[in-house]
Ligand binder design. Structure first.
Ligand SMILES: NC(=O)CC[C@H](N)C(=O)O
Length: 304
């Protein structure tokens, strides 16, 4: 199978069909992005990259960054983090409050907003300068000193982040937030505002296709066992109430963000990212899902 040709053919086909859905505008700055951007990059485990379209334009990776904050928390506390978080799919929207009440402020998993906020709280307990140390970690995982936050997007989300403030205060009432609410929610907004291109994103996630080791350098980002677990969480929880649909259609562990990005990995083979800002009703990239479904159907390589 010629991987680059399949990628280009799939891209051309998805380009030729109607682009459905809407750009996320509950974060006003995100609503300003051109909805027709469409980029793809596949990075093989030996570091070769195949691209199509807008693969070199930076975009807001939003919830995709939750996988990186989770990785850092696992490196710091390993399985201790599971005292404050679960690993079950939520079956509800990424910003839902409903389960928290009956489940005593313990989020279902680290990839919904409530769970990622608890992860940020864990990081605030360990890090002296959380924002600085978190971006330093992400640059280290990416092997790229150019990775940036967007101050404008972080501020835009902060001034409209009523639900996330509700989530953090609700969990604080159950004793599952240890740090100052304002300080730690700030870290969450900064985490969400990280920007990467498709090429940077797929290269960054290469460690999850490579048993926890960074591509090329072989530096250990996570142990093999931790990497297996993060992939399992992406598989079951990476797309919120559409995690089943993504597993059914695409058959790879992955993670989406409301900026329109999706990253997915085929363990021992490659990591792929797609960016297209129009989102379906569940908050996942419409073209991203369509692209990956057709791509894995054509290559016939999935984990199933
Ligand atoms: N699904 C997402 O990408 C959501 C992230 C966004 N920063 C929020 O908290 O609402």
């Amino acid at each position: 199978m010629n991987c680059h040709k399949t990628l280009l053919d799939t891209y051309a086909h998805i380009m030729s069909i109607e682009n459905k859905g809407n750009v996320a505008d509950y974060i006003p700055e995100l609503g300003k992005v051109d909805p027709e951007h469409f980029g793809v990059c596949l990075t093989t485990n030996n570091g070769i990259q195949y691209t199509a379209g807008d693969a070199h334009i930076p975009f807001s990776i939003q919830s995709i960054a939750k996988v990186l904050s989770l990785s850092l928390a696992l490196s710091l506390e390993d399985t201790m983090i599971w005292q404050r978080l679960d690993v079950e799919p939520s079956g509800s929207a990424f910003n839902s409050l409903v389960q928290l009440e009956t489940e005593n402020g313990i989020p279902r998993n680290p990839l919904i907003n409530a769970g990622a906020i608890v992860v940020c709280d864990i990081l605030c307990t360990h890090l002296k300068d959380p924002k600085k140390e978190l971006i330093a970690y992400i640059r280290e995982v990416s092997n790229n000193e150019d990775i940036q936050y967007s101050e404008i997007i972080a501020q835009s989300e902060k001034s409209n982040g009523y639900r996330n403030y509700a989530l953090v205060n609700f969990m604080k009432s159950f004793g599952n937030i240890k740090n100052d609410v304002d300080q730690m929610i700030d870290l969450y907004f900064y985490l969400s505002s990280i920007e990467m291109t498709c090429c940077q994103l797929s290269k960054t996630f290469g460690f999850l296709a490579n048993g926890g080791k960074q591509l090329i350098t072989n530096k250990e980002i996570l142990t093999r066992s931790q990497s297996k677990r993060v992939n399992a969480i992406m598989q079951t929880c990476g797309f919120y109430d559409e995690a089943g649909e993504f597993a059914y259609k695409v058959g790879l562990p992955g993670k989406s963000g409301v900026g329109g990005g999706i990253v997915a990995v085929l363990p021992n083979s490659y990591s792929i990212s797609v960016w297209s800002p129009r989102l379906n009703k569940k908050g996942n990239s419409y073209r991203g899902m369509e692209f990956l479904e057709l791509f894995t159907d054509t290559t016939r390589e999935t984990i199933f």
